[in-house]
Design a protein around this ligand. Structure first.
Ligand code: NAD
Ligand code: MG
Length: 390
């Protein structure tokens, strides 16, 4: 039986997750119809993707690039638009599924617009859930929106939970590769360059999440993400280092059973799961060969070299605005590190100082989140400047 054609929009279509999503959709043109595509500033890649997929709307966040986008799309049926309101329009546009693949808190408003419009959201943009998790899950319930986790660990856990009850869960385990500095000493880490930090051993990803993997802040953000997606007591969510990145997530049940999801470290598998859910689609990728792999290793993370995990768990426990502060300070520090204006170990230090200063102020709505995000960015930039001068 032919699958029903699904209308899809991609927020952040020019990034790593966005391109993997496009790849899957373009290989199955009978299954999907493109509604809207967005990008920050790469007009050429955006227009090419819009033309290839016959998208109806293409949005560039940078308003100065609208003329360029209009020119690139002239003679096509695709409408060009730019700026914040257009991003929100693209997110809320009528689609069966919205892939949220913008990086950072910049994706929060579009993600909320898609949720409030009652769309099924395939969520890669973890920072949106980290900063506004409760608001987002409440809005999803109110609007009848479904949130499908695309982040590989959460997608794995989502698959392992199918047919079971959260009440029967003893623990959820997020696996972590450990990143490029898993077995490096603290001194070497202190001197780490952006090139070394983004050279992930197993996954190919955007620059920001690659640095987050190196500090293990990525796993910290994922801990908070998991607490919103799968509401179990925070102490039942654990992180385990697993250097092979074959097991993406595990669920242990009250009876002792552990269910795990395995696959090659390629985001196209969890993306395909979300795109086809609740069905499955065929994806031609190299299969995970367990005999060739031979062994699966697991070890606890090292809290001394990776303080980001502790900071994230503290922020999750503190609740309210603490995760907003954690995320904003991290985004600022990572950007400065990538510009070689901050040391690698200073990233977590800046995050800790921002949390110490701002704590966990109440956040009653999206405006509070955005205001706290701006304030935390301002403070983190100041703290980073002090570290850089030291
Ligand atoms: P990326 O940097 O490769 O791509 C980001 C996309 O967002 C681009 O299309 C960019 O144009 C757009 N964007 C950036 N800033 C924007 C802004 N201010 N306004 C509008 N659009 C903007 O990032 P990525 O690696 O694809 O990651 C995207 C999200 O998915 C992140 O939240 C990341 O944590 C999550 N994620 C990524 C992977 C992966 O394998 N790359 C895996 C799991 C989760
Ligand atoms: Mg992940």
């Amino acid at each position: 039986m032919a699958a029903v054609r699904r209308k899809v929009s991609i927020l952040g279509a020019t990034g790593s997750v966005g391109k993997s999503t496009l790849d899957l959709i373009e290989r199955s043109p009978d299954r999907f119809e493109m509604v809207a595509l967005t990008a920050a500033s790469n007009v050429t890649a955006l227009a090419q993707a819009a033309k290839r997929t016959n998208a109806r709307l293409a949005v560039v966040a940078d308003e100065a690039r609208l003329g360029e986008l209009e020119q690139a799309l002239s003679g096509t049926a695709c409408r060009a638009a730019a700026g914040r309101d257009a991003l929100i329009e693209a997110a809320a546009a009528e689609a069966d599924l919205v892939m949220a693949a913008i990086v950072g808190c910049a994706g929060l408003e579009p993600v909320m617009a898609a949720v409030e419009a009652g769309r099924t959201l395939a969520l890669a943009n973890k920072e949106a859930l980290v900063t506004a998790g409760s608001l987002m899950t409440e809005a999803a319930t109110a609007a009848g929106a479904t949130i499908l986790p695309v982040d590989s660990e959460h997608n794995a856990i989502f698959q392992c939970l199918a047919g079971n009850r959260l009440d029967d869960v003893a623990r959820l385990v997020l696996t972590a590769s450990g990143g490029p500095f898993r077995s490096k000493g603290a001194e070497e880490m202190a001197r780490a360059t952006p090139e070394q930090a983004v050279a992930h051993p197993n996954w190919s990803m955007g620059a920001k999440i690659s640095v987050d993997s190196a500090t293990m802040m990525n796993k910290g953000l994922e801990l908070i993400e998991a607490a919103h997606l799968f509401p179990v007591p925070e102490e039942r969510i654990e992180v385990l280092v697993h250097p092979q990145s074959a097991v993406h997530g595990l669920v242990q049940y009250a009876d002792g059973s552990i269910l795990a999801q395995l696959g090659t470290p390629d985001m196209r598998t969890p993306i395909a799961h979300a795109l086809a859910w609740p069905d499955r689609m065929a994806v031609s990728l190299p299969r995970l060969d367990l005999a060739a792999l031979g062994r699966l290793d697991f070890l606890p993370p090292d809290p001394a070299r990776f303080p980001a995990l502790r900071l994230s768990r503290d922020a999750l426990r503190a609740g309210a605005g603490a995760p907003v502060v954690l995320n904003a300070a991290n985004e600022v520090a990572v950007a400065l590190f990538l510009e070689r204006r901050l040391g690698f170990l200073d990233i977590a230090a800046v995050v800790e100082e921002a949390l110490d200063l701002l704590g966990a102020p109440p956040v009653r709505g999206l405006d509070d989140v955005l205001a706290l995000d701006a304030q935390a960015r301002h403070e983190a930039a100041r703290m980073a400047a002090r570290h850089a001068a030291a």
